[in-house]
Each structure stands twice: as structure tokens, then as C-alpha cells.
Design a protein. Structure first.
Ligand code: ADQ
Length: 484
């Protein structure tokens, strides 16, 4: 074994940066999205490397800007270069037209194109080659998400021994859905090449175990809780459930700042001190945005007393714009917003304010702080960080979290005061919103206080610590600062 201390090597499809070309010069800025939000505060000043695709097609010269970014970030970034064909086949194709819809119960949106599968394997091999180049035997490789389920298998095939853990950020489906995948047995076998496979919830893990039993009956499964072990052909992997979280204090502190207090006041004044209902999502068909707008329409039809008393603010961050279905969804949402506003607007009031852009963090937190009710109603979601960010930012503790029962966060947050809804039942969602308007504020305070307490205790640092401790009995703080 090579010398040197153990380092953490994170591998994900995307590097935690946004790349743009400004006048022929590559510019790198901190990125957005759930995974980056989750891991950046953890890696910062704790050492390690992050390997991933930059988002550009082909071999772009980003060595200098990446080195500069690495110095500032407190960890080093190493790019994987993908060609235009690889991006089409591995990323848009297999990852986002096969695994993403299938794992979120949208089987009818799947395109089981065999060329996508081959491209997925080639790209996983490419990522593995970069891991081999920059890591050493003693490192711990922590691979993230559905784009890279085959990475440990590739390392093993290359004869490169590494301790590897994997975390799936999206749900794992039950057998009646998963078994439709033409490459189902290969995916399950490859996941067992990781020493530890982490899921968001116990339900995802038990779905995986059910698929394993159906596809690989020769595997022996023992233990329970976070001690489940699977042995196949002499190799043992462990399966755990680790609900991801947020940097609670960062959100709470920002929400308490003078800057955010002023922005919150400005938003409230601009909306004439009406009650604020808020939705915040990447624009994705799993997030249930059209259904949520329908629920708002039902609210206005069934409870006319609420007309002109609230504004529903929907923030949508552009996502996967190159996939035609996402553009179709954008058009559908715009049409629905226009329709509902056209139906109910009065002079000086439109029910829905729709913002289609990524917002600076302080603005996002100000919206969270200003909102009386958060509508977090995905049709299916691995966890959903927005639900947790809203609670952390609700420093007045008067807000209400209305949460889909199909979000991974539901199990954890329902027992602490979130109001669960079925997002497909638009009348049911409208009734729960109406009830929240008429519930005593003391109840809201009690619930929000409990919600905030539970998220504060199980924050992002707790999540990383639970995973790493389970991986090899080492805590987060055991990782030394980055060398050199
Ligand atoms: P996502 O599907 O991206 O993540 P989510 O967990 O809700 O979903 O995270 C979205 C992130 O984007 C949040 O941090 C939010 O603040 C940010 N965001 C959304 N709209 C924004 C806007 N208009 N401006 C700025 N920022 C915005 C995937 C899985 C989830 C899982 C996470 C982490 O699909 O289920 O919770 O990974 O594991």
C-alpha cells in the first residue's frame, strides 16, 4: 500500500461548479443543486478531492481556472472530459431518460435505448480512469448518485483496489418498477461492488433488497437496520439508510442577518403584506409543479374567502434544458400560470408570481423567511432539501410546511409537525392549505419549533459523519486538512 494519510475523494457526475465561456475565456463559479448544496460545506477545509464532469463538451482548457477555484474552495477539483456523444448517450440518455424517470415511477417516460447503456458503461470507465490517476490506495472513494453506479465495478475490473462507498440521492424503486429495466441484474451486481451502498430512506433500501432477492437469489442477506450485509461470491457489501440534510446553521444565520431581514420586508411590502405561499424547485416533472398550480386553482374555486388574501410565489430554477421534455414542461407551467392568473386576477392582485431563474442565496433565504406556507409537493423525491431549507430559514417559527408523502423527507418530518399531502389529490392539497390559514398560530409555532429542532440535530454534518462512520468507523473530523 502506498504511504500517506487517508483522504476523501468525492466523485459525482458534475463538479461543484458552473462553467461558462465569457468572450473566449472560461469562467468558473460555485454551482447550484442538491448535491453541491449538501457536500460543499462538508469538504471545505476538510481536505480531499472532487472528481467530476465540468459540464462542457470536449477537451476544454480549464486547468488554470479550476486550480484557482480549488485554492479558494479548500479542496481540489479534477475534471472528467466528456465528448458530445458521451454527453448525449450517458448523461441525457441513460442517466436522464432511463434511470431518472424509472427510479421516480415515470416508466412511460423511459427510453430503453441500448446505445445509451453502452455509452453509460464507457463513461463510467472514463470516470474510473480519472479516479485511478488522482487517488491512492489509502484513499476512500465516495461515489455519488445514479450516473455512476458502475464505477466500483470498473475499478475492480482494472485491478485497482480502493475502498468505495456509494450514495444514491434519488429513490430506489420497488421490484414491479425496477424489473422493467433491461440491464437490471447488471446494475444490482455493480452496486454490490461498493463496500457500502447508502440510500436516502429505509424504504429505498428495502426496495433494493427486494430487487436483489428477485434477481440474485444466490446472494446471502443478513442483519437489520444499518447493519444489513449482502454476501455474493465471497464479497460482502453493506446497505445503509442515511437521510441527507442541509447546513442548518448556515441557513438559520443567513435568515437572521440584516440583509435578509431587509429583503424579506421588501418582498412582503411588494406583495402588500398578503400571506405568502411558496414553491421552490428545479424545473422537473418529478416535482409536481403543474399539480401544485392546480391545487392553487382549487383553493381559489373552493374557498373564495381566500381570494386576494395571498400570493403564491413559485420559484423554478432552469434544469436539463437540452432535453425536449423539460422544455415542454416549462411551456405547460407557463400556460397554467397564465390560465389561473387570467381566471382570478383583480386590479392590484395576481394570485401566482412565477420566477424562472436561479436566485442568489440571500434572495432565496428571504423568500423562505417571508413565506407563511411552503408547498413542497413532489410526485416522488429522494429526500428534498427545499423542505429542510425552508424550516431552517423560518426563524420566526410561524411557518407551515406542507409536504408530499412521496418525498423522502416525509417519514422524518411528519412526526415532527409537517402536514403531509398526496400531491395528485389537488382538492385534498387545497383543503390542507385552507386549514393552515385557519389554524391557531400557537400550533404553527409548536410544529415549526419541533421541525427546526429535528433538522438542526440531523444536519448535513451529521449525515456525512453517519455515512463515513458506517463506512469504516472513522468520523468526519478524522480526515486531515488537505496537503500541499
Ligand atoms: P434535487 O432534485 O436538485 O436534488 P432538492 O433536494 O430539492 O432537489 O434540491 C434542490 C436545490 O436547488 C435546493 O438546495 C434549493 O435551494 C436549490 N434551488 C431550487 N430552486 C432554486 C432557485 N430558483 N434559485 C436558487 N436555488 C434554487 C437531488 C434529489 C433530492 C435530494 C438531493 C440531495 O432529487 O431528492 O434531496 O439530490 O440528495
Amino acid at each position: 500500500m502506498e504511504g500517506g494519510s487517508k483522504r476523501l475523494v468525492v466523485v459525482s457526475n458534475r463538479l461543484p461548479v458552473a462553467l461558462s465561456n465569457e468572450g473566449g475565456r472560461w469562467v468558473i463559479k460555485p454551482g447550484g443543486g442538491g448535491l453541491v448544496t449538501a457536500l460543499a460545506p462538508v469538504l471545505k477545509n476538510r481536505g480531499g478531492l472532487w472528481i467530476g464532469w465540468s459540464g462542457a463538451k470536449g477537451e476544454v482548457d480549464i486547468v488554470d481556472p479550476l486550480a484557482e477555484f480549488s485554492r479558494e474552495a479548500g479542496y481540489s477539483l479534477h475534471p472528467v472530459y466528456l465528448t458530445e456523444e458521451e454527453v448525449a448517450g450517458y448523461y441525457h440518455g441513460f442517466s436522464n431518460e432511463v434511470i431518472w424517470p424509472l427510479f421516480h415511477d415515470f416508466q412511460s417516460r423511459c427510453n430503453f435505448n441500448p446505445t445509451y447503456w453502452r455509452s453509460y458503461l464507457d463513461a463510467n470507465l472514463k470516470f474510473a480512469e480519472v479516479v485511478v490517476r488522482f487517488s491512492r490506495d489509502s484513499d476512500y472513494i465516495w461515489v455519488h448518485d445514479y450516473h455512476l453506479m458502475h464505477l466500483a465495478f470498473m475499478l475492480r475490473n482494472m485491478g485497482v483496489p480502493r475502498s468505495c462507498g456509494f450514495f444514491l440521492h434519488i429513490p430506489f424503486p420497488p421490484p414491479d418498477i425496477f424489473l422493467k429495466l433491461p440491464w437490471r441484474a447488471k446494475i444490482v451486481r455493480s452496486l454490490l461492488e461498493y463496500d457500502l451502498v447508502g440510500f436516502q430512506t429505509g424504504r429505498d433500501r428495502s426496495n433494493f433488497i427486494s430487487c436483489l432477492r428477485a434477481l440474485l437469489p444466490e446472494a446471502s442477506i443478513s442483519g437489520r437496520g444499518n447493519e444489513v450485509r449482502v454476501t455474493l461470491l465471497g464479497r460482502t457489501s453493506r446497505l445503509g439508510a442515511f437521510p441527507i440534510s442541509i447546513d442548518f446553521n448556515a441557513f438559520a444565520n443567513m435568515a437572521s442577518s440584516g440583509e435578509v431581514a431587509q429583503k424579506t420586508k421588501d418582498f412582503r411590502d411588494a406583495l402588500r403584506q398578503r400571506k405568502i405561499l411558496l414553491g421552490v424547485d428545479r424545473l422537473d416533472y418529478t416535482k409536481g409543479i403543474p399539480q401544485r398550480i392546480e391545487a392553487i386553482r382549487q383553493l381559489l374555486i373552493k374557498f373564495p374567502d381566500l381570494r386576494e388574501r395571498f400570493s403564491f410565489v413559485q420559484l423554478a430554477v432552469p434544469s436539463r434544458e437540452e432535453i425536449p421534455e423539460y422544455n415542454a414542461l416549462k411551456i405547460e407551467i407557463e400556460r397554467l400560470v397564465g390560465e389561473v392568473n387570467g381566471q382570478f386576477a383583480q386590479p392590484g392582485w395576481v394570485p401566482i408570481q412565477y420566477l424562472y431563474r436561479s436566485l442568489p442565496r440571500a434572495d432565496l433565504v428571504a423568500y423562505y423567511r417571508a413565506a407563511d406556507i411552503a408547498l413542497v409537493t413532489p410526485l416522488r423525491d429522494g429526500m428534498n432539501l427545499v423542505a429542510k431549507e425552508y424550516c431552517a430559514s423560518n426563524v420566526s417559527e410561524t411557518g407551515v410546511l406542507i409536504l408530499s408523502e412521496f418525498a423522502g423527507a416525509a417519514g422524518q418530518l411528519q412526526k415532527n409537525g409537517a402536514k403531509l399531502v398526496n400531491p395528485h389529490d389537488v382538492e385534498g392539497v387545497a383543503k390542507v392549505i385552507h386549514k393552515a390559514f385557519h389554524t391557531d398560530i400557537a400550533d404553527h409555532r409548536r410544529n415549526m419549533h419541533r421541525l427546526r429542532d429535528s433538522i438542526r440535530k440531523a444536519d448535513i454534518f451529521w449525515w456525512v459523519d453517519s455515512f463515513l462512520q458506517n463506512a469504516f468507523s472513522r468520523h468526519l473530523n478524522d480526515f486531515p486538512p488537505l496537503e500541499g
